[in-house]
Write a protein that binds this ligand. Structure first.
Ligand code: 13P
Length: 256
């Protein structure tokens, strides 16, 4: 049986200022010191603070990455950030396809897929965010939507590339709303994604890929959400802005 190392990401979104970013990084580092041996812990600050956060994380077992990236490594793309620039600053990861970009900014599956490929080309680990909206869920289309998003992200990737992806299942209706999927809903969605990966690749690869849950994860519900056998940790928004809450969630992801 494959043992997957748990993964917890803190997506800070567009919050804070420089002083707060450094202070939060230091507080998180101290609070998760003993947990980072057993859990991959990543923080995703706003781009302007990446370098300062990277500096504050030197020698600490916490990694950092970008919340998004350009689908190109270099060129005339005003206002965009290359995944190689994230890597250049010491970042090791990038989020692509977050719902606030898919639905807030109109990013299509194709755009997300091209960002994913650019992230891999820059040697980053890529966290591919997927998830259905409330309307899609109400229409009984949740599984179909998630499956389409996963297929589009992995299309044409070989097994070595696929292994560098973490999937974040974030039902859109659960993001920032205080409403979470039930542990059974999360487990079922994750199991379906793993089954799909098995059909696209093979059982061994499907068993190796981490699938994390995002959407109103808090210290009080993290342990039950992470208890599902296919739930390998979480992508945390609001609660990642409080070091103690984020540490408690990381602790809940530790293997028992
Ligand atoms: P919340 O934890 O604030 O619901 O946000 C989840 C999220 O969007 C993480 O990427």
């Amino acid at each position: 049986m494959t043992t997957r190392r748990p993964f917890v990401g803190g997506n800070w979104k567009m919050h804070g200022d420089l002083a707060r970013a450094v202070e939060l990084t230091e507080d998180v580092s101290a609070a998760v010191a003993s947990i980072a041996e057993a859990v991959d812990i990543e923080i995703y600050p706003p781009f302007p603070y990446l370098q300062a956060v990277g500096h504050a994380l030197r020698g600490v077992g916490v990694a950092f990455g970008g919340q998004d990236c350009c689908p190109h490594l270099e060129g005339a793309y005003t206002g965009q950030t290359s995944p190689s620039m994230i890597a250049d600053l010491g970042g090791n990861s990038v989020l692509v396809g977050h719902s606030e970009r898919r639905h807030g900014l109109g990013e299509t599956d194709d755009i997300v897929a091209s960002k994913l490929r650019a992230g891999l080309a820059a040697d980053l680990q890529v966290v591919l965010c997927v998830g259905e909206t409330q309307a899609e869920r109400d229409a009984g289309q949740a599984a179909e939507v998630v499956s389409r998003q996963v297929r589009a992200g992995f299309e044409g990737l070989d097994a070595a590339q696929a292994r560098r992806i973490v999937i974040a299942y974030e039902p859109v209706w659960a993001i920032g709303t205080g409403v979470t999927a039930t542990p059974a809903d999360a487990q079922n969605a994750h199991a379906s994604i793993r089954e799909l990966l098995g059909s696209m690749y093979d059982a061994e690869l499907a068993a190796a890929i981490r699938i994390i849950y995002g959407g109103s994860v808090k210290p009080g519900n993290a342990a039950e959400l992470f208890a599902g056998p296919d739930v390998d940790g979480g992508l945390i928004g609001g609660a990642s802005l409080k070091a103690d809450d984020f540490a408690a969630i990381c602790r809940a992801a530790m293997p028992s």
